[in-house]
Design a protein around this ligand. Structure first.
Ligand SMILES: [Fe+2]
Ligand SMILES: [Fe+2]
Length: 273
């Protein structure tokens, strides 16, 4: 379990400390109706975390039976479960029914909106999320050689998803703010992913929206060869919790109001490509 201490701006009032333990995982890629895999760290999660965030690609092909199998994994979890969908989930031909499978089990699906959760210790945690999009990390122009119509459509989708995330983040009124996407909002957590794939792994439009709001934690998946830890150019810690990267449920403890900074929040921010 990682411990993250985040200093907040000085005020005349004595600092109030709030704390939340955020569990997260994504890219389960549940395949077929009988996929009953064990997710390391899921057992007794309620004793170690206040909230579970799922970062998409819960299913491999977006089939309803896969959604049922994925949702069943979390029925015994005794903390609120909040999710965004991934590109593999969006393969579903019955999107409303797909979402309802999770909602029937009290798993909230965020598609450009925010919700808040009160933890047992009294902290108000706000989570803003959306799937996001590919599109790349070239904020002002495309790299040479990929000026195609499909990439232009991707750029439009990335901008639209960035705006949706920005609206959701602007809605947040909580002690601790978390931004969640499936696609990566930064290159900082792309790890061993090849540069040639960056355009399909995430989009700078997401990161720019996040950096205008400075959430306390950013979570994403999708980059299976990525790195677990990084920092947004604006300084927010970012975690790629794709199952092949995290190896199981990842848990981070956030404490706000303490004037102490531990190494995890001193990571060198990446700059926009
Ligand atoms: Fe995935
Ligand atoms: Fe994905």
């Amino acid at each position: 379990m990682e411990r993250l201490l985040v200093p907040r701006a000085q005020t005349a009032e004595p600092p109030r400390c709030v704390r939340a333990r955020i569990a997260a995982v994504g890219d389960l890629h549940i395949r077929g109706a009988h996929d009953r895999r064990v997710i390391p760290g899921l057992e007794h999660l309620g004793e170690r975390a206040d909230l579970l965030v799922l970062t998409g690609d819960l299913t491999d092909n977006g089939r309803l039976v896969e959604a049922e199998a994925a949702a069943d994994l979390f029925t015994a979890v005794r903390v609120p479960v909040i999710a965004v969908l991934g590109n593999h989930d969006h393969r579903s031909l019955r999107r409303a029914a797909f979402r309802r499978v999770f909602e029937r089990r009290d798993i909230d699906i965020l598609e450009g909106r925010a919700i808040t959760v009160r933890t047992a210790s009294g902290a108000l945690v706000g989570v803003a999320g959306t799937t996001g999009s590919g599109g790349g990390f070239w904020s002002t122009e495309w790299p040479d050689g990929i000026h195609t119509r499909s990439l232009e459509r991707l750029a439009i989708r990335a901008r639209r998803e960035g705006e949706a995330l920005e609206r959701a983040l602007a809605e947040l009124d909580a002690d601790i703010a978390i931004a969640v996407t499936h696609f990566a909002p930064t290159t900082a957590t792309l790890g061993r992913e090849p540069l040639a794939k960056y355009w399909m792994l995430g989009a700078s439009a997401l990161g720019q929206a996040i950096d205008r709001h400075h959430p306390d934690l950013v979570l994403h998946g999708h980059a299976h060869l990525g790195a677990l830890r990084g920092a947004m150019p604006g300084g927010s810690p970012v975690r790629n919790v794709a199952l092949p990267v995290a190896g199981g449920i990842y848990i981070e403890t956030i404490e706000i109001g303490l004037a102490v900074t531990e190494p995890s929040s001193r990571l060198e921010p990446a700059s926009w490509l």
